[in-house]
Design a protein around this ligand. Structure first.
Ligand SMILES: [Mg+2]
Length: 188
C-alpha cells in the first residue's frame, strides 16, 4: 500500500517545543502557561491565551531542523517499510521558505528515506492519492477523505483532533509509542 505519513506531531515532537518557546517568549503577562491539554483548536492562535506571535516561532529559521522524534514514530516507519509498504513522508512546510530545507534535513537525519520518490512537501495534501494518510490535522483528515473516499485516515489523538473524521484514532499524544502500536495493529 501507499502510505502517506505526516511529520509534525506524528513523527516529530513539534508542539511540546513550540509551546515551550511560546510560553517563554510570548505568553501574555499574568496568563497561565499554555499546556498541550489546553490545545483544543488545531488553529493554534485560536486557543486560550495563545496569540498570533506563536507563528513567529515556526516561521523562524531552523525551527524544524533539530526537533526531537516522537516516541515510536521512526520505529513504526521502519516496520511499515519492512512489511513492504511504500512509505511517503507528506508534510506541509510553513510560510518560511527555510522550512522546506529544514524538513528535508530532518527526514534525512532520522529516517532511512533518502529518495525524492518518498518525500512530498505540500500545503495541499488532499491532492496526493494514497491508500492511507497518517496525520494529526482534523482539516487534512476532512479534505483528504473528501478527495480520496476509499482512503483511510489514521491519527494519533491530540486534544484538538478528537472530533476529526479519521477512521483510525489512536490514544494518544501522552503515549505515542502505544498510539503507533495501535495504528500498526490496524494496518499490518
Ligand atoms: Mg501534523
Amino acid at each position: 500500500m501507499d502510505i502517506l505519513i505526516d511529520l509534525d506531531n506524528i513523527l516529530v515532537d513539534t508542539y511540546k517545543i513550540w509551546l515551550k518557546a511560546y510560553n517563554l517568549f510570548y505568553l501574555p503577562k499574568g496568563a497561565e502557561e499554555v499546556k498541550i491539554e489546553d490545545l483544543t483548536n488545531f488553529e493554534m492562535d485560536k486557543n486560550k491565551n495563545v496569540n498570533g506571535n506563536i507563528w513567529k516561532i515556526i516561521d523562524s529559521d531552523g525551527f524544524f531542523k533539530d526537533l526531537p522524534e516522537i516516541e515510536g514514530g521512526v520505529w513504526a516507519v521502519e516496520k511499515l517499510q519492512k512489511a513492504g509498504h511504500n512509505v511517503i513522508i507528506c508534510s506541509s512546510p510553513s510560510k518560511n521558505i527555510g522550512s522546506w530545507t529544514d524538513k528535508i534535513y530532518w527526514i534525512q537525519n532520522h529516517l532511512k528515506i533518502m529518495s525524492n520518490k518518498n518525500i512530498i512537501l505540500t500545503g495541499s495534501k488532499q491532492l496526493v492519492m494514497a491508500d492511507i494518510l497518517i496525520d494529526d490535522s482534523p482539516k487534512n483528515a476532512y479534505n483528504w477523505r473528501k478527495k480520496n473516499p476509499k482512503g483511510i485516515v489514521a491519527q494519533i489523538n491530540w486534544p484538538y483532533n478528537l472530533n476529526s473524521v479519521a477512521q483510525i484514532k489512536a490514544d494518544s499524544w501522552e503515549d505515542t509509542k502505544s498510539a503507533w502500536q495501535t495504528i500498526l495493529g490496524k494496518i499490518l
